[in-house]
Design a protein around this ligand. Structure first.
Ligand code: G6P
Length: 367
């Protein structure tokens, strides 16, 4: 039957509130509760012997893939190439047969992602797809499907499917790292514990609704917004900027915070709010010094941080949202939730058609 909004104003708001549930459901599929280890379905190839991975996707799924790249390189020590599917399908990259192709898609029907899948398969690349719709065209053409268990996503702008994609990529990273011998048992336990803790930490994010709505009032007045982050927080910034563009029609650009001085710093003044994702990770100090450079030029800083970063952020930010402090590994998953919520609240203030933004489609099945 038809899926209702359960008292929420829009499907997007309802789906935002499903983040804790879908992260938990996805983990239930991929983590054995007794041994607290990641257990992936049997694969017709060995993760230990893939020489490299190629990740490709479109839209939000591409940003999930970018975070996956940081994890696979850092934790599994696997070389990774990544590109949007509309480029990958025509790039003809040289690839050793037996490489791993990681395709990420909510619908499993996006035309460019499907074409990229087929072009990778022609190069004898093993196709592993991370899909929400497990009965889809991409599913039928993949050697392995890892489901995101997010349930139907009605809002055109993706929310819960994105954190579910990250949860699967996190588990894939752990399994790959174990297979390649770059993660020992204690290391795996720590990462799995961080993942299992996430659903309740994600539920805590909703207590920050007032602070997020306060930030939304500043962003809603702007014509342009700059999103900043470093490391795995850079794709979080990209996801935040994309969401804002999609549903509020405000121009936003995401930049790697350390690269800001090579261009967008010239744009900074009181009229361009800066939204930064800066939890207390090893790149916290570096990010903060980038934010200080922006503030010195009159930038208004709206910062997403965590309990360990809050004191130092409050000294420079105009406003901030303080999330629970979590393991660095899962910080990008948690930090995604408030940037999506911010875009939602801005769109509500602007009165746009949140669930059906103009010119966009839930699934783009033509090139
Ligand atoms: C469309 C949607 C986006 C989505 C993208 C990829 O552009 O508006 O929200 O991220 O397609 O869709 P997929 O189903 O492949 O994840």
């Amino acid at each position: 039957g038809a899926i209702g909004k359960d008292g929420y104003r829009h499907y997007m708001e309802k789906e935002l509130h499903e983040h804790p549930l879908v992260i938990g459901q996805t983990l239930q599929r991929l983590v054995d509760p007794a041994s607290r280890t990641v257990v992936l379905p049997d694969m017709p190839f060995d993760l230990a012997s893939v020489p490299r991975a190629v990740i490709t996707a479109c839209g939000s799924a591409f940003y999930a893939g970018m975070i996956g790249r940081y994890w696979l390189e850092d934790i599994a020590r696997l070389p990774v190439d990544i590109d949007v599917a509309s480029e990958m399908r025509y790039r003809n990259p040289p690839l050793t047969s037996g490489s791993l192709g990681v395709l990420v898609s909510q619908s499993g029907e996006t035309a460019d992602t499907l074409a990229a899948l087929r072009s990778l398969r022609e190069k004898a690349v093993h196709i592993l797809s991370i899909l929400n719709v497990e009965q889809s065209t991409m599913a039928r053409e993949s050697a392995v499907v890892l489901g995101t268990v997010a349930g139907p996503e009605i809002s055109v702008a993706s929310t819960k499917a994105f954190t579910a994609q990250l949860t699967v990529l996190a588990c894939l990273t752990i399994a790959t790292a174990r297979a390649r011998g770059t993660l020992d048992t204690a290391g795996e336990e720590a990462l799995v514990a961080a993942l299992l803790d996430l659903p309740s930490r994600a539920a805590d994010v909703f207590t920050s609704g007032d602070a997020i709505r306060r930030m939304a009032r500043v962003v809603a007045e702007a014509r342009d917004v700059l999103y900043l982050g470093r490391g795995s927080m850079f794709p979080v910034a990209m996801e935040g900027a994309l969401k804002l563009k999609e549903i509020s029609y405000i121009h936003a650009e995401a930049y790697a915070a350390g690269e800001m001085k090579h261009g967008p710093i010239s744009l900074i003044d009181r009229t361009v709010p800066i939204v930064a994702s800066a939890p207390y990770t090893p790149l916290f100090d570096k990010t903060l010094s980038n934010l200080q450079e922006a503030k010195a030029r009159g930038g208004r800083l709206l910062v997403f941080t965590d309990t360990k970063g809050a004191d130092r952020v409050s000294a420079i930010a105009e406003d901030m949202v303080v999330l629970p402090h979590v393991h660095d590994f899962v910080a990008p998953i948690l930090q995604t939730i408030p940037v999506q919520m911010l875009a939602y609240e801005v769109a509500v203030l602007k009165g746009t058609d949140v669930d059906q933004p103009r010119n966009l489609a839930k699934s783009v099945t033509v090139e």
